[in-house]
Design a protein around this ligand. Structure first.
Ligand SMILES: Nc1ncnc2c1ncn2[C@@H]1O[C@H](COP(=O)(O)OP(=O)(O)O)[C@@H](O)[C@H]1O
Ligand SMILES: [Mg+2]
Length: 266
């Protein structure tokens, strides 16, 4: 159904935890992509405890794109996250590999979007947007592009320039509804309404501060009880369902606009 990208502007607001948590809570089949151009490999090192062989990933797709087999290569380049049905596509292993995947983002966005024909959604962790080699083509091709930030004054100041330029860019594409914010620890101290005034962008997802549960997503910290029953886990489930509805609503609106344009042209 959809391509959803998550990214940060500054600091480490919780982009990877949010992307992974959403994928694990997603109500439909989903592929999670690590497109962080720093090569931090947070999910391989953290949630997977560095215990999964790093024998596939974006570099394989870059090779496949060069020989024209990108369409079929995705299925053999993902691994299933333990205890879930999430298919995970590992990223690059260091910043030196970023130039090798720079030409991949454009063709990959087309291939990822086409996965919806199989009923599969895609969530991409794009890392920090100012990183050299960041996957901006994926952001622009998203059904929903979410800038992840916390809500203190320095966080808002750090998010401002990317928020403003993306608001303009999506508006120029006639897709203003496809860009917004994912807030971590909303209300501490600023609320979504206040941040909308400052950044000019709406909030699509608001997650609570829950260091214990976040530690499980981030570095497989020990936990008693089900992750999905934690404060963060419950918010992620509710958030995933509401994002699915937001995307469906945007698409329905787009369909109505297109059919109205069609009628005007008749
Ligand atoms: N909702 C949350 N509540 C508490 N801590 C969080 C939350 N989300 C992320 N964190 C913590 O923030 C730190 C950075 O998270 P991470 O997802 O790696 O950020 P980023 O990908 O933006 O660099 C980690 O220590 C993680 O456990
Ligand atoms: Mg990250």
């Amino acid at each position: 159904m959809a391509l959803i990208t998550l990214f940060s502007a500054a600091g480490a607001p919780g982009t990877t935890v949010t992307a992974l948590g959403l994928a694990l809570a997603w109500p439909r089949p989903v592929v999670l992509v690590d497109a962080d151009a720093t090569g931090a490999s947070t999910i391989m090192a953290g949630f997977l405890r560095g215990q999964t062989a790093y024998d596939r990933g974006l570099l394989d797709l870059a090779m496949a794109a060069r020989v024209g087999t990108l369409n079929t290569a995705i299925a053999t380049t993902t691994l299933t996250l333990p205890g879930s049905t999430v298919e995970f596509l590992p990223g690059i292993r260091g910043h030196q590999q970023a130039p090798s995947v720079a030409g991949l983002w454009e063709p990959l966005s087309g291939v990822l979007r086409s996965l919806e024909q199989q009923g599969t959604d895609v969530i991409v962790d794009c890392g920090r947007l100012s990183t050299v080699g960041a996957p901006l083509p994926l952001v622009r091709a998203s059904d929903l592009a979410l800038l992840c930030t916390r809500t203190t004054l320095p966080d808002i100041a750090g998010a401002r320039s990317w928020a403003r330029s993306l608001v303009d860019e999506f508006a120029d594409m006639g897709a203003a509804d496809r860009f917004g914010l994912a807030l971590v620890d909303e209300g501490n101290p600023y609320t979504a309404r206040e941040i909308r005034k400052a950044l000019g962008a709406p909030t699509f997802l608001s997650l609570p501060w829950d260091p214990q549960a976040a530690g499980v997503y981030h570095h497989a910290a020990e936990r008693r009880g089900k992750l999905s029953a934690s404060k963060l886990g419950r918010a992620l489930t509710a958030g995933a369902n509401s994002l699915v509805q937001d995307i469906a609503r945007n698409r329905a609106k787009l369909g109505t606009n297109l059919s109205q344009e069609g009628r005007q042209h008749v």
